[in-house]
Write a protein that binds this ligand. Sequence first.
Ligand code: ADP
Ligand code: FRU
Length: 291
Amino acid sequence: MARILAIGTATLDLIFTLARYPDEDAELRASGLCISPGGNAANTLIVLGQLGHTCAFGGVLADGPEATPILERLARHQIDLTACRAVRGRPPTSCVLLSLEGGSRTIVHYRDLPEYSGDDFGRIDLASFDWVHFEARDGPETVRMIRRLRESRPDLPCSVEVEKPRPGIEAVFADAMLLIFSRAYAGHRGFDAPHPFLLRMREQAPHADLIVTWGKEGAYGLDSRGAIHHSPAYPPVEVKDTLGAGDTFNAGLIDAYLKSLGLAEALSQACRLSGKKCGQIGLEGLAGKGR
Ligand code: ADP
Ligand code: FRU
């Protein structure tokens, strides 16, 4: 199994379950409240750990009391935190509204921590890693990290998740090996269909395999030979919680690439795993057979 480093965030999620998404200025009672650690990179590592990989996290960790559940979760999953930078303050916190009616998850973020930087990344000993995954956040700093990776370990495969538009983020596209875009990012770039979006991204990323997730429609990929692949979603019997579906998808995809499965099979494995996640609350117990 592989040693995987992921750079990004670890958050505290306050997850309210509601019968349906509320109107503005409404007052309503939630049917459930779960206070749970999250964050894209942390979530992806939690799932990769379950798939048998050895995981390390690089991010900014707050030292305030609210951060305790985050640290406990990462420790429970044996995620190496040597690459993290500790700062005073409270962790990034998200208010998540889960709608039972639509299966949607609406997220409001609060963050006042500094971003993990190229200098932080520069202190990591990359020698022992088999894969590096970046949650693309600060554009120029992510560019510095990937350039450094290319200089010191040109053989080391890396993936980049591009979930939101961020200033300067397009500059990372040329150096990544696997780019995973969200449907929301495609929307921000003016696309409402996956194929034209992927073809346009190809102009900025001539070498990478390009993926875009498309919620209930599954995911699409454009390989380096120009072929487009699609996997449908694998809907669970009952959609219980879609929070972290994308992070789970990323873990399934990275695992498939590490096993040298082709892009089509990688998409299918990632959609299967993220579909399974949607049928359960949280991210525990995702490995193993069955949907
Ligand atoms: P995010 O969690 O980042 O918003 P998406 O909504 O695009 O990501 O979902 C990522 C993947 O999770 C999709 O490609 C799909 O395979 C799976 N998925 C998402 N929603 C569902 C659903 N309702 N049923 C089954 N699979 C889903
Ligand atoms: C889910 C998630 C949440 C977190 C938010 C950060 O994908 O990682 O756990 O609050 O997204 O963007």
